[in-house]
Design a binder for this molecule. Sequence first.
Ligand code: GLN
Length: 192
Amino acid sequence: MPIGILALQGAVEPHHLKLKSMGVEAVSVRTAEELRNCQGLIIPGGESTTFLKLIHENNLLQPILTFAERQSVWGVCAGSILMAKEVENPPQESLSLVPIRVRRNAYGRQNESFIAVFGLNLPGGSPIRQEGVFIRAPQVVEWEDNVAVLAKYEDKPVALQYRHHLVTTFHPELSESPALHHYFLSLCNSDR
Ligand code: GLN
């Protein structure tokens, strides 16, 4: 079964290119029907408020929540905002799939976007260096003990795992390394 990429708006294409380069089948998801055939779902970066509006307009809220009970979901940047239990600056509705609190646009405006390199600890592997492209990124300001922090930048988690779900506040699809995409695939394929 393919990996789905929520294709309502935002940085959809770079995930397609990355998965294609890895020889992994991926499909764009815009309807509940398309979601049903997927083995995991990537919610890409974009604008979380626009995503929320389009998720409602396309009647995808409940289908995504039902899907997430058994299948892995990876929220990238705006996707991580959607997956958080609580959102601030300003508060907004979310899917509440991961018990973290995120602060939107915590690093400033578009022209304060940046690239950083930090250590990434993926379970079952050795620590590696990961490049992170942060574009009007949120910051994870609170997280529960049962959330695994896979990477930190300036003392704040930037990659986290909760149960079979993944969140990154940066855009791994815009960097060369396929490590996080590989790791997400392993979460999608693991038995539950
Ligand atoms: N600032 C955006 C938001 O709050 C997220 C930016 C991104 O996904 N690169 O939704």
